[in-house]
Write a protein that binds this ligand. Structure first.
Ligand code: A3P
Length: 277
């Protein structure tokens, strides 16, 4: 009876670990953690707690699919298993490797304004460096090449934000309908509308409602109210950092630079965003 199921750590008899049927492939700093955690509130979705980095890191990929399966959470037959590793999006090998695991796997990619993404990426590195008392270079000196005065393509956060070049590799391996794009800027201000679209894409029953999302005025972000829990759950303090303000001239240079790349992405993906407004 009740006493027995409580003491057996609530594991249903038909639970086991399976390879993921859906993967969040990126993009770094666009809200990948929030997306996965939000989806984890759904009773039909089980999420891997950590980034697995199986398809982008050769030494992990060499461990084989059985190792990968072991990194997945327990799930029941009616449930969907998911993981997120944002580095997959920019990895040259990940698309082919994921396709050879399962060519019908569903892929999710969350994007935000590419300039905001660069600033968020810089802020993450800056915060880490400062905590180690290392010297920090102002963002303007990294995004602009001091010799040419042009946008610095060798700065990795810039390269990551050129979405179309990475997107093109996925399009060579997967049909367009197998990848769903989540609007990360929108998910910050209206998570439910984005999550409803994801539920539909994944083919799970509509479950999430406004009750699952509570705006936290101190954090300036939505936090989760998980089913059966009284208290709300927010992401860690590494999510939602304060961003530095770019010098207007540098901001303008980045806007001019990304306009063409953004338009190429809109064309290739068939999804229009308003990043250049
Ligand atoms: P910032 O910390 O720069 O604001 P990722 O999980 O891919 O690293 O993305 C981190 C970003 O998720 C954060 O970037 C934040 O803007 C965004 N985010 C979206 N929804 C959030 C939420 N509910 N709580 C905290 N951060 C959220």
């Amino acid at each position: 009876g009740a006493a027995l199921s409580e003491s057996s750590s609530e594991q249903a008899p038909d639970e086991r670990r399976v390879l993921p049927q859906a993967i969040v492939i990126g993009v770094r700093k666009c809200g990948t953690r929030a997306l996965l955690e939000f989806l984890g509130m759904h009773p039909q979705i089980k999420i891997a707690p950590d980034e697995v980095h199986f398809f982008d890191k050769d030494d992990r990929y060499e461990r084989g699919l059985e190792w990968y399966r072991q990194q997945m959470p327990m799930s029941s037959p009616g449930q969907l298993t998911m993981e997120k590793s944002p580095a997959y999006f920019i990895s040259p090998t990940a698309p082919g490797r994921i396709q050879s695991m399962n060519h019908t796997v569903k892929l999710l990619v969350i994007l935000r304004n590419p300039i905001t993404r660069v600033i968020s990426d810089y802020t993450q590195t800056f915060t880490k460096k400062r905590s180690r008392n290392e010297s920090c270079v102002p963002i303007e000196d990294l995004v602009i090449d001091s010799f040419s005065g042009e946008v610095n393509l060798r700065y990795k956060p810039i390269d990551i934000s050129i979405y179309h070049q990475h997107w093109a590799r996925w399009m060579m391996k997967f049909p367009r309908h197998q990848i769903h794009i989540v609007d990360g800027d929108r998910m910050i201000v209206d998570p439910l509308s984005e999550l409803i679209q994801v539920e539909r894409f994944l083919g799970v029953k509509p479950f999430l409602t406004t009750d699952n999302f509570m705006f936290n005025a101190t954090r300036h972000f939505y936090c989760m109210r998980k089913p059966g829990r009284a208290t709300e759950h927010c992401l860690g303090f590494s999510k939602g950092r304060t961003h530095p303000q770019l010098k207007p001239t540098v901001h303008q240079k980045l806007k001019d630079f990304f306009r063409l790349h953004n338009n190429l992405f809109y064309q290739l993906s068939g999804r229009e965003f308003h990043w250049d407004a």
